[in-house]
Write a protein of this length. Structure first.
Length: 278
């Protein structure tokens, strides 16, 4: 005889009525999980999902920034381990929850076949416009920015040569930004939408706020707090644009196109500050 509970499989030989204590305990724990899922109403599930996901990216960068750089080997290993586990979690958890808890299907956030190139054009076009605004803002603020100090902070995290900066840009554009759109624009937005009965402004606000706070935390680890807050403001505006594109087209890909253009400009600028301007 075989019993199955949420992916846990326990084999019980025929004629055996009493299971070992450990197996009974596992089955009891799984049964509790089944009951929680069964009785969790439609508004509680997305709240739990957001609680289990939103803090994780920041926990990962904090562990990496505060522990992984430690001169104590055990702390450094712990920091890297937490960071790696958080990365696995933010990639795997949304899909597992979507399929196992929400009963959704696998997919790649496809665009409508009738949409043509327009969503991509809007994404890339909005990214170019926002990049120009960002560059103009930097040029206006440049006399008030200590580029030497900022450049030293950037080089201090390992971006001290183009051989390091270019691979980092490729990673941020083609991997990290896709993961961020998958997490913030798709999963967090859709879970928040379930809470707020489809209200795009409220659900988009949860996505933008969590996206912004995470980046403030990440930047504050490597730069002065005023830089983190300034970067957070820029990220917030970007998040609004990304969320608008997601709600407009029902796909992460136009938002990613906008995000990718901005990342190229931002991290290209980071490289310029670290390696050319200073």
């Amino acid at each position: 005889m075989t019993e199955t509970r949420i992916g846990v499989l326990v084999d019980m030989p025929k004629g055996v009525n009493r299971m070992p204590m450990t197996v009974a305990l596992v089955n009891r724990m799984v049964e509790v999980c089944n009951q929680i899922i069964l009785f969790m109403d439609s508004r509680a599930r997305p709240i739990v999902a957001l609680f289990l996901l939103i803090p994780v990216p920041s926990i990962g960068v904090l562990a990496n920034g505060l522990l992984a750089e430690s001169h104590t080997a055990s702390l450094a290993f712990l920091g890297l381990a937490i960071w790696a586990l958080c990365k696995v979690w933010i990639v795997g958890f949304p899909t597992i929850w979507h399929i196992r808890i929400d009963g959704g299907e696998r997919g790649y956030s496809p665009l409508s076949q009738k949409s043509g190139f327009r969503p991509w054009a809007e994404g890339f076009g909005l990214g170019i416009v926002l990049s120009l605004i960002l560059i103009i803002t930097f040029l206006i603020a440049r006399p008030y920015v200590d580029l030497e100090d900022l450049g030293a902070s950037i080089r201090g995290v390992g971006l001290d040569s183009w051989s390091m900066v270019i691979p980092a840009i490729l990673f941020w554009v083609f991997i990290n930004s896709v993961v961020e759109e998958y997490v913030y624009r798709w999963f967090i937005t859709e879970q928040a939408s379930s809470i707020f009965t489809g209200d795009p402004i409220k659900s988009g606000s949860i996505s933008v706020l969590s996206f912004t706070l995470h980046h403030v935390v990440a930047v504050a680890l490597v730069a002065p707090i005023w830089v983190a807050l300034l970067a957070g403001s820029a990220v917030g505006f970007g998040g609004v644009a990304f969320s608008w594109l997601y709600h407009r087209h029902g796909s992460i890909w136009p938002a990613w196109a906008c995000h990718a253009v901005l990342d190229i400009v931002v991290f290209g600028g980071v490289g310029w500050i670290a390696l050319v301007a200073t």
